[in-house]
Design a protein around this ligand. Structure first.
Ligand SMILES: CC(C)(COP(=O)(O)OP(=O)(O)OC[C@H]1O[C@@H](n2cnc3c(N)ncnc32)[C@H](O)[C@@H]1OP(=O)(O)O)[C@@H](O)C(=O)NCCC(=O)NCCS
Length: 424
């Protein structure tokens, strides 16, 4: 076996792409296709692709993309969004992941990206690199027969329009942009993303089963203010329909749009169960049903993980619940976010500067990631030891500043055939 020190961690070249794509597919249990290489090639100029190479053989993959994260107050913070992380089964537990993360975080810091984010496939992996869980997700399963929605009340779903992929992909970006402007935790979805998601991109594989698409139109302006993409399966038991319906994407910028789209899905004839994954845990969706208890939470999990790389830039980009100041000592084994910082913030904005004043709160960079979008509380985090109150009252003050009225949410669209398995 090759000594891990001689395994090269480097940027990927055009020639490496087939091997890189195959290694990634092995890691994610996805069969190799030439289309997969083309998809990676089309984004290679924009993204940073890293690989681990044993001689010329690719044994590790890693990608990061320049993204924008909405933070409390509505600012878009430039972030490095990490994905496609894998190490070949033959080369695991030899530090290759750690080396790829180290190379990429250094690059992100040098490029001036104050924050990095990722969806962690496994919980234990990323805390050691300074990431903390920053948004959570709830997976709802609605028992249609208990939802107490009367399918004869068509007023409940007024404004909903079934459309094809083309019409949907035209309306969708503007609706999503309206959500992104106000929803902490969201990332950008550009036009290419929408074309790919709806099979509208030139060269998209044909013959892929198309999901169903619906819009909700604002009754006053006639403009789309909600999007619903779903698939369903025709399933019968002795003359009784038992069809599941899976919501792949649901974006709404008004409560009316959300209520109408959910009620539309739940009152679809033949459907007995509606699966609604990746919603904010404080989603109001159960309350749009006749009986909210018909929406059971079948999974509740951490979702997006976040690592602060530049404390003053990250903390001064968001707003805070109350006008206050707090002196924070941030500990960070890798050094990027470390220091003692004076945070002065409130509902209209904030500043964060290095200070010589005595710290009131000591916080590890992982906990700062969990606090940043307001999803966790300093008081809660202090129980686990990564956050320490150095001056009485500092935990309560941090809670009042960082917490938000509604939880952050990172919407995820579930695309492709994998979703049909229905497992969270
Ligand atoms: C997860 C994966 C990338 C780890 O790669 P790796 O090169 O073996 O990781 P490293 O050797 O650099 O391990 C770094 C640390 O994480 C730990 N670790 C690695 N995989 C782990 C796992 N599955 N569970 C718990 N700890 C793990 C190692 O023990 C090591 O700990 P240490 O620093 O305390 O010694 C690899 O196992 C893989 O490809 N898995 C399948 C795909 C996947 O889950 N990718 C992540 C997508 S977000």
């Amino acid at each position: 076996m090759t000594d891990s020190a001689v395994i090269d961690i480097r940027s990927v070249t055009e020639d490496d792409l087939p091997g890189w794509t195959r290694t990634w597919g092995n890691g994610y249990l996805r069969p190799y296709t030439d289309g997969g290489v083309d998809a990676i090639r089309s984004t290679a100029a924009r993204d940073r692709l890293i690989g681990a190479f044993d001689m010329d053989r690719c044994v590790g993959t890693y990608r990061s993309t320049a993204q924008e994260l909405t933070v409390p107050g509505g600012a878009f913070v430039p972030v490095s969004a990490i994905s496609r992380v894998s190490v070949a089964g033959t080369h695991r537990r030899r530090g290759l992941l750690s080396r790829m993360v180290a190379m990429d975080l250094r690059g992100a810091f040098e490029r001036g990206e104050p924050v990095a984010v990722l969806d962690a496939a496994q919980y234990p992996l990323y805390g050691r690199y300074g990431f903390g869980p920053a948004t959570a997700m709830a997976w709802f399963e609605i028992d249609v027969n208990r939802a107490r929605l009367d399918p004869r009340r068509t007023a409940d779903t007024s404004g909903v329009l079934l459309v094809d992929a083309r019409e949907y992909s035209k309306a969708a970006p503007a609706v999503y942009e309206r959500l992104r402007a106000v929803q902490p935790g969201t990332l950008r979805r550009d036009e290419l993303w929408w074309q790919e998601a709806t099979g509208q991109r030139a060269g998209s594989p044909s013959g892929r089963p198309e999901p169903f698409f619906a819009l909700h139109l604002d009754p006053v302006t006639g403009e789309a203010d909600g999007l619903l993409c779903f698939s369903a399966e025709e399933r019968w038991g002795a003359m009784l329909p038992q069809s599941p319906l899976w919501i792949r994407d649901l974006i709404a910028v008004s409560p009316q749009a959300e209520a109408a789209l959910i009620r539309f899905a739940v009152t679809t004839d033949w459907v007995t169960t509606v699966h609604l994954p990746y919603r904010a845990p404080d989603s109001l969706l159960p309350l749009w049903l006749g009986d909210p208890r018909s929406a059971r939470v079948s999974a509740l999990s951490d979702y997006m993980w976040l690592r602060v790389l530049d404390t003053p830039r990250a903390l001064s980009a968001r707003t805070y619940g109350v006008e206050a100041e707090l002196v924070l000592e941030v500990t960070d084994a890798a050094g990027y976010a470390a220091g003692t910082w004076l945070l002065e913030g409130g509902p209209d904005g904030a500043s964060c500067t290095r200070t010589r004043r005595a710290a009131q709160l000591r916080i590890d960079v992982r906990d700062l990631g969990s606090l940043y979008l307001g999803d966790d509380s300093a008081t809660r985090l202090s129980v686990l030891g990564g956050t320490e109150e150095l001056r009485p009252g500092a935990l309560a003050r941090a809670d009042a500043m960082f917490r938000t009225g509604r939880r952050p949410w990172s919407p995820r669209a579930v695309l492709g055939p994998r979703y049909q398995a229905g497992a969270p």
